[in-house]
Design a binder for this molecule. Structure first.
Ligand SMILES: Nc1nc2c(ncn2[C@@H]2O[C@H](COP(=O)(O)OP(=O)(O)OP(=O)(O)O)[C@@H](O)[C@H]2O)c(=O)[nH]1
Ligand SMILES: [Mg+2]
Length: 124
């Protein structure tokens, strides 16, 4: 749903495909939103999360590329993100702090997915 160099019409079609998938995919128990940790909270992402909330779609946030920030900057940036979320959410979703370069957060994320996979699928 993010940035795409496409015509407005194509963007609309892609949006529809993504939304239909998210709402109709029965097997999906949690949606992971990957957020480049270097960026400030983006309107498009916050709106997407709001839409997920309205549609009762469980989600978690995965901060990526944390190796690209100093640990002080990473702390500051992710705290800013959490604070922005708390402006519109009562509580925070699960949040993972990761880097594919140094593998941080990998086990936490895999453990969480494993736990999710143990849950029974919700019936309609
Ligand atoms: N240093 C670093 N590079 C990463 C990380 N994750 C992905 N990359 C690199 O970023 C580039 C894009 O990889 P993708 O897998 O498309 O990651 P993405 O998060 O979608 O990033 P963009 O496509 O750049 O928005 C590749 O060169 C990856 O090797 C990370 O955690 N740390
Ligand atoms: Mg990419």
């Amino acid at each position: 749903y993010g940035y795409a160099q496409r015509s407005k019409e194509m963007q609309r079609q892609i949006k529809k495909i993504i939304e239909d998938y998210i709402l109709e995919r029965q097997q999906m128990t949690c949606l992971f939103i990957l957020v480049d940790s270097r960026h400030d909270p983006q309107k498009i992402d916050l709106e997407f999360m709001e839409w997920l909330g309205e549609n009762s779609v469980p989600f978690a946030i995965v901060f990526t590329k944390l190796d690209k920030l100093s640990s002080a900057a990473a702390k500051k940036q992710t705290e800013k993100y959490r604070n922005t979320l708390l402006e519109s959410w009562e509580s925070l979703p699960p949040i993972f702090y990761t880097s594919s370069a140094d593998m941080r957060g990998r086990n936490e994320l895999l453990d969480y997915i494993e736990e999710l996979n143990k849950l029974p699928l919700e019936c309609e």
